[in-house]
Unconditional design. Structure first.
Length: 186
C-alpha cells in the first residue's frame, strides 16, 4: 500500500513508510499520528526549532538533547519518540517534517481518506475549514484529512494541494498573472 501512491518520495517517504508499517503492526497508528502531529505543530510554530532541525551547525548530540527535552515536555513517547530519535541519530532532521506529512498521508489513505493541504493568508475559521472539507469531499468523493498552514505572502485566497494536484487561487498569483498579461499589451 505504501509504495502505490506514496505522497512524498525519497528519504521522507521511506522513513514514513517504515514507521507506518511498524505502527500498523503494533496497532498504534492513531497514537503515533497524534504524537507526530503535535510535534509538527510545535515545529511550525517555532522558528528556533526549525533552525535546530535544519542547520548543520548543531552537533548531533546537541540536536538529540534538545529533541529529547522537547519530546519529554510534549509527552511524546513510544514509536513517535523513537522515530524522531532515529531520524536525529541518522542526521536526517531536515527531512523530518516531510516524513511526518508523508506518514499522515499514509494514515489518511489507510482510512480511505485523502490528504489535502490548504494555505491561506490568515488562519481559517472552523466554519471555513468545515466548508472546505465538504467541498473537497464532494469533488474528490472521499473524506478529506486537511492540514492548514498560514502564509501571509499570498495576500488572500487559497492554495489547495491534494496529492499531485494543486489549485492556486491566491491573490498573489492572480496579481502576477495580471502583471504578465499587462506586459504583453502595449
Amino acid at each position: 500500500m505504501a509504495a502505490a501512491d506514496q505522497p512524498i518520495s525519497g528519504v521522507p517517504g521511506r522513513y514514513a513508510a517504515a514507521l507506518f508499517e511498524l505502527a500498523a503492526e503494533a496497532q498504534f497508528v492513531d497514537q503515533v499520528a497524534s504524537d507526530l502531529t503535535s510535534f509538527q505543530n510545535m515545529l511550525k510554530s517555532s522558528a528556533d526549532l526549525q533552525r535546530l532541525l535544519k542547520s548543520p551547525v548543531f552537533s548531533a548530540e546537541d540536536q538529540m538533547q534538545a529533541l529529547e527535552a522537547l519530546c519529554d515536555k510534549a509527552n511524546l513517547a513510544g514509536l513517535a519518540l523513537n522515530f524522531i530519535k532515529l531520524v536525529a541519530r541518522n542526521r536526517r532532521l531536515p527531512a523530518l517534517s516531510d516524513a511526518i506529512t508523508a506518514f499522515n498521508a499514509l494514515v489518511a489513505e489507510s482510512k480511505g481518506e485523502i490528504a489535502a493541504e490548504v494555505t491561506s493568508a490568515e488562519k481559517l475559521s472552523d466554519k471555513h475549514t468545515k466548508d472546505l472539507k465538504a467541498a473537497l469531499k464532494s469533488s474528490m468523493g472521499r473524506d478529506v484529512q486537511l492540514s492548514a498552514k498560514v502564509d501571509s505572502s499570498i495576500l488572500g485566497g487559497l492554495i489547495v494541494k491534494v496529492g499531485s494536484k494543486m489549485m492556486d487561487n491566491s491573490l498573489k498569483t492572480k496579481l502576477q498573472n495580471l502583471k504578465v498579461a499587462m506586459k504583453g499589451t502595449g
